[in-house]
Design a protein around this ligand. Structure first.
Ligand SMILES: Nc1ncnc2c1ncn2[C@@H]1O[C@H](COP(=O)(O)OP(=O)(O)OP(=O)(O)O)[C@@H](O)[C@H]1O
Ligand SMILES: [Mg+2]
Length: 230
């Protein structure tokens, strides 16, 4: 009659339920790292791999628990001393790389880059056949949830347009309360001079001073410590 008796129904197939949440977080982490701007050896710079000592303990411990949702930014300047007059190699970039990893693990999209790359990308937007417009570059830097900017103050400006673009991004992020993490070899008074004392310099320095928690990172140049002696 085309009907099946209750007793002839097949048993429900066995179903296995897999917990894919950790797999999903790993995939998400990899996607975010891929887009974060980290490259090469920077991909190994994790807090878990870092040598922690008396020079970096306080800052690294702070960064290991820092929550972007609190807003504001972090300004990490080199601590200069006679043994390391420009404060090179103290681990400022490493700190930014490790924080990028940590935030990506938390599922938070980040953009890590050197400030000189930002300028290069803006200039490249005017190259013939460029795939990217200036406004798209600016959107990337203003809209990303956390911006990690390395080596602020290393740029050389021939005209006013460069400082103006930095002012635009910093002012936007401060107004929107979107975190900026900066590493630099210069304190804010020096940044003011580098970005032009008569216009954008004081405006940039004032915003960063008001928005960011300021840290210094000192100690020896860790690059020299790894040189092998023959
Ligand atoms: N805590 C750490 N543990 C292990 N290696 C580190 C640590 N901090 C820094 N390094 C290594 O020391 C070298 C210098 O560090 P980094 O590039 O972060 O210095 P920096 O302060 O950014 O220097 P600069 O002012 O020249 O940009 C790098 O090779 C980095 O991987
Ligand atoms: Mg650096």
């Amino acid at each position: 009659m085309g009907k099946r008796e209750e007793s002839q129904l097949e048993p429900e197939p066995l179903r296995t339920i897999y917990d894919v949440s950790s797999c999903y977080s790993e995939v998400r982490y990899r996607e975010l790292i891929e887009k974060s701007g980290l490259m090469g050896i920077e991909l190994n710079h994790l807090f878990e791999n870092a040598i922690i000592d008396e020079h970096n303990r306080e800052l690294y411990t702070y960064l290991m628990v820092w929550e972007p949702s609190v807003g504001g930014g972090i300004y990490i300047a080199a601590k200069k001393d006679p043994d390391n007059p420009q404060g090179n190699g103290t681990g400022k970039s490493y700190a930014l790389h490790a924080l990028t990893h940590r935030l990506c693990r938390m599922g938070i999209p980040c953009l890590y880059g050197r400030t000189v790359d930002f300028l290069m990308q803006l200039r490249a937007a005017y190259d013939e056949g460029s795939q990217e417009s200036e406004s798209r570059v600016l959107m990337r830097y203003t809209q990303v949830p956390v911006l990690l900017w390395d080596d602020l103050g290393k740029e050389s400006f021939r005209t006013d347009w460069g400082p103006e673009k930095f002012y635009y991004v910093i002012d936007y992020r401060v107004r929107a309360n979107k975190p900026i993490i900066i590493s630099t070899n210069f304190d804010l008074a020096e940044i003011e001079v580098r970005f032009g004392r008569d216009n954008f310099g004081p405006a940039i320095a004032s915003r960063l001073a008001g928005f960011c928690e300021t840290w210094t990172l000192g100690g020896p140049d860790r690059r020299l410590g790894r040189r092998c002696v023959r």
